[in-house]
Design a protein around this ligand. Structure first.
Ligand SMILES: Nc1ncnc2c1ncn2[C@@H]1O[C@H](COP(=O)(O)OP(=O)(O)OP(=O)(O)O)[C@@H](O)[C@H]1O
Ligand SMILES: NC(=O)c1ccc[n+]([C@@H]2O[C@H](COP(=O)(O)O)[C@@H](O)[C@H]2O)c1
Length: 224
């Protein structure tokens, strides 16, 4: 069987990045390798500041630097600041389209780009915003699943398959979504837990790479 090249994209706040964010990319890579893909690159793209109105979210500049620190020891995952340096929020389909171009230039015109998300992101697909608009466009979701490829990492409390099956606009492609468990490190880690621990002066060692901890300490992030 011939090898196909692939790259992976993870989007999110990464406020701060945790080992769960890194594990989701490693889990997706291992799975694709069993399907004979050669996974060339993993991209972590922090969302722009304009997306989050929460006061707990530190600036995109800090979040990008923490992602760079988190990926320092990886030989295939890197942070990318194209999304977070744009003045307005960029929908994930547009982020994928942007990176597909770069990835194909680097690794060849046949390279695939998959989106990797936790199950909670899929559970947000049907969410209606207070102004009545959809958080996700149905068309975007269809394109992400069919034109790119959606890999979902199970997350406690999330029911991604049921969510997709219950959405009339995407139920017919629900079986095209890959849902994986992290068998090596099933976890309940979240950025929220790390922020809470820092605030309570508790250790976050081993929940994120040491370089991220150093960056948080040097910049006095998340402390009261
Ligand atoms: N423990 C986990 N298991 C599976 N997916 C995860 C996990 N933690 C984060 N993710 C996924 O990583 C991506 C980026 O997540 P994000 O930066 O919002 O982190 P978070 O831990 O969910 O943040 P917060 O606690 O601040 O809401 C999302 O696709 C999210 O579902
Ligand atoms: N319509 C969209 O493209 C869309 C909608 C909601 C969240 N997202 C992305 O998903 C990521 C995670 O967002 P949440 O932290 O709100 O779950 C962010 O990077 C955000 O940009 C994209």
């Amino acid at each position: 069987m011939s090898t196909r090249k692939a790259a992976l994209l993870a989007v999110g706040s990464f406020n701060p990045p945790t080992i769960a964010h890194l594990r989701m990319l490693e889990t997706a890579k291992s799975h694709l390798e069993t399907l004979n893909f050669q996974v060339c690159e993993g991209i972590m793209s922090p969302v722009a500041d304009s997306y989050n109105k929460k006061s707990t979210v530190v600036s995109a500049q800090h979040r990008f630097k923490m992602v760079s620190a988190a990926t320092k020891s990886s030989n295939w995952i890197r942070g990318d600041d194209w999304e977070c340096t744009r003045p307005t929020w960029t929908r994930t389909l547009a982020v994928l389209k942007h990176h597909l171009e770069g990835v194909r230039q680097k690794h060849g015109a046949e390279t695939c780009l998959f989106l990797v998300v936790g199950g909670d992101v899929v559970d947000s697909f049907p969410r209606i915003l207070p102004d009545g608009s959809n958080l996700w466009n149905a068309d975007d979701i269809l394109k992400i699943i069919m034109d790119f490829g959606l890999i979902v990492i199970s997350r406690d409390g999330a029911t991604p398959l049921q969510t997709c099956q219950a959405m009339p606009t995407i139920c017919h492609v629900a079986d095209r979504i890959t849902i994986l468990e992290d068998q090596v490190l099933p976890n309940l880690i979240s950025s929220t837990r790390l922020r809470q621990a820092i605030l309570a002066r508790k250790s976050i060692k081993y929940a994120t790479p040491d370089d991220v901890i150093d960056y948080i300490r040097e910049n006095n992030l998340y402390a009261a």
